[in-house]
Design a protein around this ligand. Structure first.
Ligand code: PMP
Length: 444
């Protein structure tokens, strides 16, 4: 446990922590002080294996000199410059680099890049682009947005509106949105490696919403190709294909939220490549700069972008943008990140270790309280039964125990989510399973 009473340790009152039980945390804080490669160091000097790539973002591992050198150089060359009616070369350069790995072909190629500062901003941006696009092609009545139960799309008003996380929605007003049912048949699909067999017909729920509201009212449907933050739910075989077909049939834009799956998590640049489906918009963040500098980007299909590029001379085509859109320092970090991904083949690295990953994680089956294990790419979800009906308590105890024994995991409800940096070695996979397995036994 962290000794927070050390001389010069900061007080804990001022920082209002996000997505944290503040009072509980501050009574027994867990603090990280440094990071290198696959490991964090805690303030009390312990080494902690990073089982979550930070928050699904540090794909190339921690402490990358190439990124810090690029950031320092950029800060001293051009620290900040606006991108409203002004430009700087590095933003264009980074957009081009991203366009090189964008999925799709021809007018469906997603190589038009809108920069944001985070995943939440990317989601709100994509939803607004979808509505603006529909309007620009004479479909101004299409303003309705469709998300999915158990979807997580960040915390902007757009994101919580299409998101299906009850706790995120309960307190706040939302813009009207509808949700596809997401009752994945966990029992029939239990303990599956990769995509489950059952449930592609769940995509037909989109037809229900089309029949209910009329296609002419619906602008876009947004899904995470693999739901991450709500408990690691890979799509059943055929599900995303069917969703794509229904969207195309009814003129609805399909948005993949790839804030987690983007940049190699599944062993391909994007989940769109992995599942071989081309959405109309992709939202990204996190791995875009290896988590080093806050940044996000929306990848838009050319046809979506081009439809908005008209109107009177001098007119701003999309009335939207952020002070930090295309921030030079973030772009420098992003370019250095893409260099590392390319030079170390990290965007496909998950394919090399995923068999070992699946085997190792599924070997935990049979330990007390585990009711399901789901793995895809370099992601794993291990679902526990709630303790005495109290959701999240058991998983939280496992999380605290793991941290004390030198492993960072993430829990969401009673589901343990794992997503290590893509540089992970097989021995470190074994370490994850061994520390986690012991913690699960103790939790019994
Ligand atoms: N979309 C998805 C799928 C996410 O997983 C997240 C963050 N975990 C977000 C959006 C929001 O990203 P951010 O926290 O950077 O706003």
């Amino acid at each position: 446990m962290t000794d927070h009473a050390k001389p010069n340790a900061p007080g804990l009152d001022s920082f209002w922590m996000p997505f944290t039980a503040n009072r509980q945390f501050k009574a027994a804080p867990r603090m990280l002080a440094g990071a290198e490669g696959m490991y964090y160091t805690s303030v009390d000097g312990r080494t902690v294996l990073d089982g979550t790539a930070g928050l699904w973002c540090v794909n190339a591992g921690h402490g990358r000199r190439q990124i810090s050198a690029a950031v320092e150089k950029q800060l001293m060359t051009l620290d900040f410059a606006p991108t409203f009616q002004m430009g700087h070369p590095i933003a264009f350069e980074f957009a081009e680099r991203l366009a090189e790995i964008a999925p799709g072909e021809g007018e469906n190629k997603l190589d038009r890049i809108f920069f944001t500062g985070s995943g939440s901003e990317s989601v709100d941006t994509a939803l607004k682009i979808a509505i603006a696009y529909q309007r620009s092609i004479g479909q101004g009545t299409r303003t309705r947005l469709i998300g999915r139960e158990r979807g997580y799309h960040g915390v902007g008003f757009g994101g919580i509106s299409v998101g299906g996380l009850v706790n995120n929605r309960r307190v706040f007003p939302q813009i009207p949105a509808d949700h596809l049912r997401h009752t994945f048949d966990l029992e029939r699909n239990a303990y599956v490696k990769g995509q489950p067999d059952y449930g592609m017909e769940l995509a037909d729920d989109l037809e229900r919403l089309v029949a209910l509201h009329g296609a002419e009212t619906i602008a876009a449907c947004i899904v995470e190709p693999v739901a991450g933050s709500t408990g690691v739910l890979p799509p059943p075989k055929g599900y995303l294909e069917r969703l794509r077909a229904i969207c195309s049939k009814h003129g609805i834009l399909l948005i993949f939220d790839e804030v987690i799956t983007g940049f190699g998590r599944l062993g391909s640049p994007f989940a769109a490549n992995y599942f071989n489906i081309t959405p109309d918009l992709i939202t990204t963040a996190k791995g875009i700069t290896n988590g080093s500098i806050p940044m996000g980007a929306v990848f838009a299909a050319r046809k979506v972008h081009d439809a908005l590029m008209h109107g009177p001379d001098g007119q701003i085509e999309l009335f939207h943008g952020y002070t930090y859109s295309g921030h030079p320092t973030a772009c420098a970090a992003g370019i250095a990140t893409m260099d590392i991904y390319r030079d170390e083949s990290l965007l496909t690295r998950a394919t090399e270790v995923q068999d070992a990953w699946h085997e190792a994680i599924h070997s935990l089956k049979g330990l007390p309280h585990i009711i399901d294990i789901r793995t895809i790419g370099l992601i794993a979800g291990i679902e526990l039964s709630p303790r005495n009906g109290e959701v999240g308590k058991r998983a939280y105890d496992v999380f605290v125990d793991c941290f004390e024994k030198g492993l960072l995991i993430r829990v969401t409800g009673d589901i343990i989510a794992l997503s290590p940096p893509l540089i992970i070695e097989k021995s470190q996979i074994s370490d994850i399973v061994s520390i986690l397995g012991d913690a699960l036994k103790r939790a019994a």
